[in-house]
Ligand binder design. Structure first.
Ligand SMILES: NC(=O)c1ccc[n+]([C@@H]2O[C@H](COP(=O)([O-])OP(=O)(O)OC[C@H]3O[C@@H](n4cnc5c(N)ncnc54)[C@H](OP(=O)(O)O)[C@@H]3O)[C@@H](O)[C@H]2O)c1
Length: 236
């Protein structure tokens, strides 16, 4: 276990937000490639286990539309249940999908017989009865989800520790609002290279002005074979 003692500060006005990414040495978080993507996974099995640990430690997991996958299926696996017990999280992990276009392809990823998960969307978005039947639809913004409102909504529901796994565009929106407190980053010992429009980095869609560059301090680092696991705290 890379991070056996994961303690996070309790904030009194909003949840504590943390993110987890794997990138290559040359800073790529993904190669834009149709599935099955031969570049994925970028990290090792230790990185994947760390991803599960960081999920198991959260009250809520947030994904942007293009990162949605089989999260709920995984929470049912014995391995995940054991991690949840280890972190003393008796309540189920809540899965939040952020999208302005909540179509029915989300239904299979949000259907859960035990827990109602959440679609965070806009006032303008059309939502089918089929999707509303399986998930809570929360409207937080006119034509884009307002991340500050999402933070407030989650806090008011009592969620204190929120993992924003991305992808890069959603993380860009959180970073724009200064709503990331820790970054867990795995450096996979690979160089992929790139061509314009074919790769993405950890944060996309928002360039911070030079006087607002986010500064972080390293609070943990671990090496397993040639992979490095870094934990950074944001200096707000
Ligand atoms: N290396 C890693 O650790 C890592 C981690 C996560 C993801 N990834 C990879 O990153 C790729 C996806 O990247 P991405 O940046 O395109 O993904 P993303 O951030 O998951 O999805 C972007 C989409 O999410 C919705 N969205 C994001 N912010 C929104 C907001 N404020 N309001 C409303 N909708 C919002 C929009 O969807 P709509 O158009 O539907 O509104 C937007 O097009 C995937 O291949 C994934 O595997 C890699």
């Amino acid at each position: 276990m890379i991070y056996p003692k994961l303690e996070f500060p309790k904030l009194n006005k909003r949840p504590f937000f943390y993110t987890n990414f794997v990138t290559t040495i040359d800073g790529k978080a993904q190669v834009l490639h149709p599935d099955p993507n031969p570049y994925w996974p970028m990290g090792s099995s230790v990185d994947f286990d760390t991803l599960l640990d960081l999920r198991a430690r959260a009250d809520v997991l947030v994904h942007g539309r293009n990162t949605v996958g089989g999260v709920i299926k995984r929470t049912d696996e014995e391995r995940f249940k054991q991690k949840r017990i280890y972190y003393q999280k008796p309540k189920p992990l809540i899965y939040v999908v952020v999208t302005s276009h909540p179509d029915d392809s989300l239904v299979e990823y949000l259907t859960d017989s035990k827990t109602r998960h959440i679609v965070a969307t806009t006032g303008e978005a059309e939502v089918s009865e089929k999707l509303s039947a399986v998930a809570d639809i929360v409207r937080l913004g006119k034509n884009k989800v307002d991340i500050r409102k999402l933070s407030k909504y989650l806090f008011n529901k009592g969620y204190k520790e929120v993992l924003v796994e991305g992808g890069p565009h959603l993380l860009g929106d959180f970073i724009k609002e200064n709503l990331i407190d820790e970054v867990f980053l795995t450096i996979a010992p690979k160089i992929i290279g790139g061509e314009i429009g074919k790769t993405i980095t950890m944060v996309e869609g928002n360039l911070r002005p030079p006087d607002k560059v986010m500064n972080l301090e390293i609070i943990e680092m671990h090496q397993v074979e040639n992979e490095v696991f870094l934990r950074y705290r944001v200096n707000h």
